[in-house]
Design a protein around this ligand. Structure first.
Ligand code: SF4
Length: 254
């Protein structure tokens, strides 16, 4: 068997997205023709990995679009989970979604096979609809929240770790503390311990509220984005003001 431990294997299911967030390639780059990966090709990819006896520790069925937009998303994930029943093809599956299309049917499927999911990343970026409509135009924040809480309540084990993601931008930075308070309360109410990150380090070993730096496309704004992110991390007590990006060790774990 060929084992890939460190690499993440990614397959894009959908280059469409149901949103057009201003910071995303979806609204900034024209990739020409968009589409969905066909169900037959998907099955062939999974079958080929199985037949060739390869094992990938991490599998990401996600690219530049929203995978749950795929008209066959249920069949796609069911096929993946069934084939990987004994985790012989993939160690962990990592999911990213804006959670707007995570209805009960697909959530129940994820819950049934939750032992295969390493982390579930939820792109949120706001705690109020007023801010959400600026950073994630076209979506209803409450729908995403309800869908996440449905999954969180029924989850029986960790992993899957839940990552509540907030990209720090000009339009939402003032909402960051509310976001932290909102998800902290949800997690505490469910008696879950969690960590707060402003970077990929330290490793996310628990549910995580993640304040991520904006990867701006405009290089002239890179410093601005870095400074905004750093200032927020200081204000939230995630880093020492004088030490820049030095971590405060276990103070991340709440
Ligand atoms: S939901 Fe995600 S993929 Fe879709 S436009 Fe927004 S950032 Fe991009």
């Amino acid at each position: 068997m060929i084992r890939y431990k460190d690499e993440i294997l990614a397959v894009e299911l959908s280059s469409y997205c149901n949103l057009k967030c201003p910071m995303c390639t979806q609204s900034r780059v024209d990739y020409g023709k968009k589409g969905f990966l066909s169900l037959d090709l998907w099955k062939k990819i999974i079958d080929d990995f199985e037949m060739n006896n390869t094992y990938h520790e991490k599998f990401l069925p996600f690219g530049l679009g929203e995978s749950l937009m795929h008209p066959h998303s249920y069949e796609i994930f069911k096929y993946l989970f069934e084939k990987n029943k004994n985790r012989t093809i993939f160690g962990y599956i990592i999911l990213h979604t804006n959670a707007l299309l995570m209805d009960k049917k697909i959530s129940d499927l994820f819950l049934e096979y939750q032992y295969q999911i390493g982390a579930f990343h939820f792109s949120l970026d706001a705690s109020t609809q007023e801010i959400y409509k600026k950073v994630r135009p076209g979506g209803k924040l409450q729908t995403a929240i309800n869908n996440i809480i449905y999954f969180l309540r029924k989850r029986a084990q960790i992993p899957p770790k839940l990552i509540f993601q907030f990209i720090v931008m000009k339009n939402n930075v003032l909402d960051a503390e509310n976001f932290l308070n909102f998800w902290s309360k949800v997690l505490k109410d469910h008696k879950l311990s969690f960590q707060v990150n402003y970077d990929w380090e330290p490793e996310m070993i628990k549910d995580t509220i993640f304040f991520k730096r904006e990867n701006t496309w405009d290089v002239s704004h890179l410093n601005e984005s870095e400074e905004r992110h750093k200032e927020l991390a200081v204000n939230l007590g995630l880093i020492e003001p004088t030490k820049g990006r030095i971590l405060k060790s276990d103070e991340y774990i709440r």
